[in-house]
Design a binder for this molecule. Structure first.
Ligand code: SF4
Ligand code: SF4
Length: 389
């Protein structure tokens, strides 16, 4: 008989003194406070210098391609998604339930089936369900807004605070796909898939939230703002967190971005994803070896932070986010080498499915897959000059 699946808290125990994280401590937020910019490499002067150096993957075409992939509407001079544009915490009014019609009712399983179908049509890779867990919510946003929970029907965001509705206790965690080919060009500007993922998330957040509102319920969509995405995605059964700190899914490896929509529409709790990913990462240190800034740790998971941008007290691998961001500004892109080299970053195919079966079921063979990954040349950067051929 199969052993019952372990719970989130069994796989990822927290210390008793674990606290909600203040997003003002992230490397991005501190850079914003210190320099007025989250990253240096997006500035006009920086880009002009890079383009004029004539480096492959950093030409005007690649910069333009990358920026255009990330087309989403935020207020000027900010990348704050919290409650903004299609991430609005209130009805946009685009989809409404006609007056005189009862709101949609059904079992939580029926609701989950409909939401999954709709979200996948709108571009989701995978969809999972979990419950509101306040442990993952930031105390304050990057822009200093306090996040409080209140008994309101719809949340709202003001200049000073974000009011999250207590009644939105059901969470839809969604991954959106990022493409393999473009990631193979990291760390150049041809890694456009990250920005493309953010555009997809933005549209999907609005579409799915308005769909739920059209049924007569309420929705609070979140991008990277307001709550940490990775633990929520794990609780919703979408995958596990790897050594590089990214969510690794069995379907697409780390090539996903994560968004979440909270709602008062009752939804079920998904099962945890199959185990095997953490055990694989324990044996594999490829991302740690290849990280240009040596920001990814070696050795086992710990509870200890390595920089101010970490929130200690959870059993996981803590990356040096400050070193990572310094490298971004040096190389001129969001790097993404750890995504590119990860053993779980693979194109679809039955051979990779067979290997994944072994990783789940016969971890004693993990060393063989780690050895053969390097031997077969997986994770090597592709020549940016050839991308346009
Ligand atoms: S993005 Fe680059 S620098 Fe940052 S952790 Fe990944 S490999 Fe290292
Ligand atoms: S490269 Fe290896 S150690 Fe790093 S996240 Fe991927 S599988 Fe885990």
């Amino acid at each position: 008989m199969l052993a019952p699946k372990r719970s989130f808290d069994e796989i990822y125990p927290l210390k008793e003194d674990y606290k909600r994280f203040d997003q003002r401590n992230t490397s991005f937020s501190r850079a914003l406070k210190e320099t007025g910019k989250i990253v240096e490499f997006g500035g006009d002067e920086y880009r002009a210098k890079k383009i004029n150096q004539g480096m492959p993957g950093f030409g005007i075409v690649e910069y333009s391609f990358n920026r255009a992939a990330g087309l989403y509407e935020y207020p000027p001079d900010t990348s704050d998604t919290q409650g903004n544009a299609y991430y609005s915490w209130q009805s946009i009014g685009y989809v409404t339930k006609p007056p005189g019609v009862s709101r949609w009712e059904g079992s939580s399983e029926e609701a989950a089936a409909i939401i999954t179908k709709v979200a996948k049509y709108f571009g989701a890779a995978d969809v999972g369900f979990t419950r509101l867990d306040k442990r993952w919510f930031f105390t304050h946003s990057r822009y200093g807004k306090e996040l409080v929970f209140e008994d309101v029907v719809e949340g709202y965001v003001t200049k000073d605070k974000a009011v999250f509705p207590e009644s939105h206790k059901y969470c839809i965690a969604i991954t959106v796909p990022m493409e393999y080919e473009e990631f193979m060009h990291a760390p150049t500007q041809l890694e456009v898939a990250t920005n493309m993922g953010y555009s997809r998330m933005h549209l999907l957040a609005g579409q799915l939230s308005e769909f739920i509102r059209g049924l007569g319920w309420h929705a609070t969509p979140l991008g990277n703002d307001s709550a940490a995405s990775v633990p929520i995605a794990i609780q919703a059964g979408l995958g596990h967190v790897g050594r590089h700190g990214r969510l690794i899914t069995w379907s697409r490896g780390p090539l996903v971005r994560i968004m979440k929509v909270f709602t008062d529409l009752p939804l079920p709790q998904s099962e945890m994803a199959d185990e095997g990913i953490i055990e694989f990462c324990e044996a594999c240190e490829k991302c740690a070896k290849q990280c240009p800034s040596q920001a990814i740790p070696y050795g086992p998971r710990t509870y200890e932070a390595v920089c101010l941008a970490n929130n200690p007290g959870a059993l996981k691998w803590y990356g040096d986010e400050d070193a990572c961001l310094r490298y971004w500004n040096e190389v001129g892109s969001a790097c993404s080498v750890c995504f590119r080299v990860c053993n779980f970053t693979k194109e679809e195919g039955w051979i990779h499915d067979v290997v994944k079966w072994f990783i789940k079921n016969i971890p004693q063979l993990n060393g063989l897959w780690i050895w053969s990954d390097d031997l077969l040349g997986y994770g090597k950067m592709k020549d940016p000059a050839k991308y346009w051929e």
